[in-house]
Design a protein around this ligand. Structure first.
Ligand SMILES: Cc1ncc(COP(=O)(O)O)c(C=O)c1O
Length: 417
């Protein structure tokens, strides 16, 4: 089970992250503030790392889910590699001290300068999504007198049973190379002098809670790998199974990792295959809460609105994916009420919850929006010119600021008049 409940708990009616009351953090650093449990990050990484113990493997944390430098540093110290999707993420990973040989680089739109940076950095491998991309990598590697190690991302056309915005392994998605087109690509690839095919990559989507789609994608990728090796591409030995492991947001079950690991063990018997996984949400999702303060309680004709000091600009998941985020009062009061929890942004889509029964709140109360560690701060914007929130990392009974709150000066710092 992967839930915020283990790391954010009530003690005598007060919500804690590990051993720190959230109210203390809100009072010291103001709101809105993202608060993260370091224990959750490490526990989830360790769980996945242990689950693959029967295979040579590397867990690469997906930087896009939460890219704060301190978090990357903590993950690399724990032994984690990194899955990156941009030059900026390569830069972050290196700044966090990650060994380049533990960095894998995906994404459909790698630019020439990003490819140059990746080659100069000496990353482990590129996860390639098209023939033109492979040709570009080959040309740049040739200019730099290097050989690029690449995996081809195959699109296995598997239904992941998740929100359509985060399904990535279907024919209609822009990601990867279809199984039908793969032979044409590998034929060209074998003639290229500065790329070496060392693996295959699949990533079928995010927040997937069933084992079967993973198993099916793995089985299809494995068949392709066997076929390529039979054709003489014997260096193709890395199988990157992507990320997408689902967590509990409401009362749904997250992915059963023991069951998933058993299916991997059953499907992959060959111990020469080096496995990579790229979990983002599974490691960061339950680790974070967005703590906010109620500004107003507005009783309208047919609803009561609880208006808080953050919104879709800092946590877009409810608006973008119709996602559920649990909302808890940092200090419990008696009673419950049905409300809409909304932000200050001039959009009707700016909400965290609609017609939701939550514990009774009053103006000035602190609320925690839970399971906000993944794709929260990472997707935050300054829309309506609200500065970005602060971020705080909790370790047991200690906590520290890992990103200071932006100021109004920060908002205009790069603008030229
Ligand atoms: C290629 C790739 N790997 C890994 C991930 C991480 O996904 P998740 O956070 O669902 O584990 C993503 C997410 O978009 C991705 O595109």
């Amino acid at each position: 089970m992967n839930s915020y409940r283990e790391y954010f708990t009530y003690r005598n009616g007060t919500l804690y992250c590990e051993d720190v009351p959230l109210e203390a953090i809100a009072k010291e650093y103001g709101t809105p503030v993202y608060v993260y449990s370091s224990k959750c990050f490490i526990d989830k990484f360790t769980q996945l790392d242990d689950a693959l113990s029967k295979h040579p493997h590397l867990v690469c944390y997906s930087v896009k889910s939460n890219s704060n430098l301190n978090i990357l540093r903590m993950m690399q110290s724990a032994g984690c590699g990194m899955d990156v999707v941009s030059g900026g993420e390569i830069y972050r990973a290196i700044a966090a001290g990650v060994d380049p040989k533990k960095i894998v680089y995906a994404g459909v739109g790698k630019t020439s300068s990003e490819i140059e940076l990746a080659l100069a950095t000496g990353i482990r491998m590129f996860n390639c999504e098209s023939l033109p991309e492979i040709e570009r990598i080959n040309a740049i590697a040739q200019n730099m007198n290097k050989i690029a190690s690449i995996a081809i991302r195959v699109n296995p056309d598997v239904e992941a049973h998740t929100h359509h915005y985060i399904t990535t392994g279907k024919k209609e998605n822009k990601f990867g190379v279809s199984l039908q087109l793969l032979p044409d690509i590998t034929d060209v690839l074998q003639k290229l002098t500065h790329v070496k095919l060392t693996g295959l990559h699949v990533h079928i989507g995010s927040q997937i809670t069933e084992v079967e789609p993973f198993e099916e994608a793995c089985r299809r990728a494995l068949e392709v790998m066997k076929a390529l090796r039979a054709k003489g591409m014997d260096e193709c030995t890395t199988l990157n199974l992507g990320g997408g492991f689902g967590i509990e947001y409401n009362d749904e079950d997250g992915l059963d990792i023991a069951k998933w690991a058993a299916s991997i063990d059953n499907t992959i018997k060959d111990k020469d295959i080096f496995l990579i996984i790229e979990p983002g949400r599974y490691i960061s999702g339950s680790s974070g809460a967005l703590v906010t303060q109620v500004q107003y309680k507005k009783k309208a004709d047919i609803k009561t609105f609880v208006i808080v000091d953050t919104g879709m600009h800092h946590l877009i998941r409810p608006t973008l994916y119709q996602a559920y985020q649990h909302i808890a009062n940092v200090t419990l009061r008696e009673g419950k009420e049905i409300v809409d929890v909304v932000g200050p942004i001039c959009e009707s889509g700016d909400f965290f919850a609609k017609d939701r029964e939550i514990s009774y709140t009053e103006q000035g109360d602190y609320l925690a929006v839970l399971s906000a560690g993944a794709y929260g701060m990472a997707m935050a914007s300054r829309y309506n010119s609200h500065p970005l929130p602060a971020e705080v990392l909790v370790e047991g009974d200690r906590y520290r600021l890992i990103r200071s709150r932006e100021t109004y000066e920060d908002l205009i710092a790069r603008e030229r008049v």
